[in-house]
Write a protein that binds this ligand. Sequence first.
Ligand code: IMP
Length: 193
Amino acid sequence: MDIVLASSNKHKVQEINDIVSVYNMPFPVKFILPPEGFDPEENGQTFAENSLIKATEAWKLTKGWVLADDSGLCIDALGGKPGIYSARYAETPALRIERVLKELEGEENRKAHFTCAMTLINPEGHVAFKTEGICEGTIIKSARGVNGFGYDPIFLVKGGTRTMAELSEEEKNLVSHRFVALNNVLNFIKNIK
Ligand code: IMP
């Protein structure tokens, strides 16, 4: 079963296919990139709304099974920011980290979580399933680690001693918000054939 992943991020398609490959699916499931021309306007107010916007746009182009995700970092002391603005919080990933650390200067409450909302649309164009995955942690005071992307170097996973960027890809894929959400989606897909 091919499912279009409503994203132009090749790294994300790879990460999701890696997660699927270790999941015991009763039939082959492969995520593929959408065709050229996929350029949704992410103007929703929540992760769930944005994932629905992306999924709908990709379905219009493909009319098949489509999965969209929308994710970001939510920091308690910043009232949930950067949230849906995670990718746009500053110009580069390094500047985005710098901004977050500056905004948290002197702040005792470092609690944060990554959220990933997913929407699955069927070939008839209806939402077949939607879910959210969360990964809890805290924001440390300076970046550590070189793996992953985005805010990984400042995010210490709850119950551990390493940042997301200090975990291997395989380790991150077992705890991430994307893994939790995808797990729910795959459990749903498993039962539709
Ligand atoms: P999107 O879901 O591709 O729109 O991702 C939004 C932004 O959230 C990314 O550009 C990152 O800044 C941040 N983000 C989402 N997932 C992760 C993650 O697993 N690690 C670090 N940053 C993330």
